[in-house]
Design a protein around this ligand. Structure first.
Ligand code: ZN
Length: 125
């Protein structure tokens, strides 16, 4: 799993949201696994999201889960259905609503693990 996470984080640092796509059945998955969640194949390819999506859920958080989030409260988290057909969890602007079109970007976040580049969505132009 560490190799999968390292691959994902390298793409995120370069501003690309990576997801997995099964070469055997064509299913896409955003939650990283060494196999396809649909058919079990280990023949997994990687793709990058183009950056468009639709908000499926949106929550504003007023409590920090870890000390590094204290300065960010309140902040928002969204579930976003990417145009490629995968659902991802991202940070989000505070004023988004379900069904709204959004654009993906990445924002650096200083954590105990170092600088992470976290996906974030804002209202699409
Ligand atoms: Zn598959």
């Amino acid at each position: 799993m560490r190799a999968l996470l390292d691959r994902y984080r390298a793409d995120a640092e370069a501003g690309r949201l990576a997801f997995q796509s099964c070469r055997a059945c064509g299913a896409n998955q955003a939650f990283l696994r060494p196999f396809c969640q649909a058919c079990g194949s280990e023949d997994i390819d990687w793709r990058h999201a183009a950056g468009g999506g639709t908000v499926a859920a949106h929550s504003v958080l007023h409590r920090a889960p870890t000390p590094d989030y204290r300065a960010k409260v309140p902040y928002a988290i969204a579930l976003v259905d990417l145009d490629e057909g995968v659902r991802v969890m991202t940070h989000a602007d505070l004023d988004l609503s379900v069904g709204q079109r959004v654009a993906l970007s990445f924002a650096p976040h200083e954590s105990a693990e170092g600088t992470l580049h976290l996906p974030r969505v804002s209202a699409a132009e």
